[in-house]
Design a protein around this ligand. Structure first.
Ligand SMILES: C[S@@+](CC[C@H](N)C(=O)[O-])C[C@H]1O[C@@H](n2cnc3c(N)ncnc32)[C@H](O)[C@@H]1O
Length: 292
């Protein structure tokens, strides 16, 4: 059968009407049976499974499922906060990796209105090729970014503020304030408190690699939990949990931002509208902010 036999054409109206669960199936089909075309738009392709696993811990449908839950939470929570996504809006995926999250927003926004920013040139290249878009840009680990002020209605970041240092988070929040249009919204995930128990439970199990590093990122996990409960920013950049390569200990590790800190630390520029965490459905808490 020719490749074109797999091509799946839907009308624009079909796309906008597509219920969320059908949209998830469509994105999964773009992984299992590429190419998938929706309203003349070729859905983005995927990097090799080993790269997917290295960046997200999973591959294929499993990694897409995690991304879809975040996407769905963004769509529904933005709407419930009176900031529903409109077709003419513009979105920035901060730390977009290979575009796992960004692709889901093609249901709501034209490709031209979806942008991405990442510290890794390799990911920028992958997204430029797979999305066939020049809207993906490289950035230094600390702002300023090369992007224009007042441009975006939404900034989303999955599994980025679960790694950045306190200084990097603070500086990026300031940069997001510059990049957002008035009333712009931000959705960022961070590590949740249960993850401290998970990492502690790995201690003494003989793990090496990333799991071994997680188990020893704090000498005293009780102290880390107490610090979290006092509303403090909890971060480790010990060897093995800093990303390696371009992800240096200067700005990268494992990060747990409690609700009280999120509400207080960025209050000069943002209102924390919601701190959403519903495990096991969500693996990461999401902080929803509105630009003041
Ligand atoms: C765990 S991956 C998540 C990727 C993507 N958001 C996803 O969920 O598939 C973290 C991403 O953040 C990027 N990153 C790390 N530090 C960054 C920084 N200071 N500025 C921009 N991107 C950064 C990494 O290159 C990587 O793509």
């Amino acid at each position: 059968m020719s490749a074109s036999a797999f091509i799946d054409l839907l009308t624009m109206q079909d796309l906008m009407m597509q219920p969320l669960d059908e949209w998830f199936e469509t994105i999964c089909r773009s992984y299992s049976h590429p190419p998938t075309v929706v309203d003349g738009l070729l859905l983005p392709g995927f990097p090799p499974d080993n790269l997917q696993a290295n960046t997200t811990g999973q591959t294929g449908v499993a990694t897409l499922k995690e991304a879809f839950v975040f996407y769905q939470d963004c769509v529904e929570t933005f709407a419930s906060l009176g900031a529903a996504i409109q077709y003419e809006h513009t979105l920035l995926d901060f730390g977009m990796g290979w575009g796992r999250i960004a692709r889901f927003f093609l249901r709501d926004l034209p490709l031209a209105n979806i942008h991405g920013l990442d510290v890794m040139d390799e990911f920028v290249e992958i997204c430029r090729n797979t999305f066939r878009s020049t809207n993906f840009h490289a950035t230094p680990p600390f702002p300023p970014s090369p992007l224009e002020a007042g441009t975006y209605n939404y900034i989303v970041g999955y599994s980025v503020f679960s790694h950045l240092s306190e200084r990097a988070c603070a500086e990026w929040m300031q940069e997001f304030h510059r990049l957002l249009a008035p009333g712009g919204m931000v959705a960022l995930t961070t590590r949740g408190r249960p993850f401290l128990y998970f990492c502690e439970s790995m201690k003494g199990q003989g793990h090496t690699g990333y799991l071994g590093a997680l188990s020893s990122m704090f000498d005293d996990f009780n102290a880390a939990r107490s610090s979290y409960d006092r509303g403090e920013f909890v971060h480790s950049n010990r060897e093995g949990v800093s990303g390696g390569g371009a992800m240096t200990t200067e700005f990268y590790g494992e990060t747990f931002i409690p609700r009280a800190y999120a509400a207080r630390a960025y209050s000069h520029g943002f209102v924390l509208e919601r701190f959403q965490f519903d495990p096991p459905r969500q693996s990461h808490p999401i902080m929803f902010f509105r630009k003041k």
